[in-house]
Design a protein around this ligand. Sequence first.
Ligand SMILES: [Zn+2]
Length: 74
Amino acid sequence: MRCQNCGCELEKKITDLPFKITHDSIIIIKKLPVLQCQNCNEYLIEDPVMKKVENILCKVDKTAELEILSYAAV
Ligand SMILES: [Zn+2]
């Protein structure tokens, strides 16, 4: 798959990403598998991974200001 931004080859990477779910609530998901561009660092989350992320974000405590979860643990 190629980068939507610059057209370079994307590389599979494991990274930690923050997701803002409400105005003052942020969830950090650790060890998330993404595709990242080697050229411009733009990243892409594949559909099955994004579905799982959405599931995680639905279940988290939205009253917490910051929560850190591991993708592998859910
Ligand atoms: Zn790129």
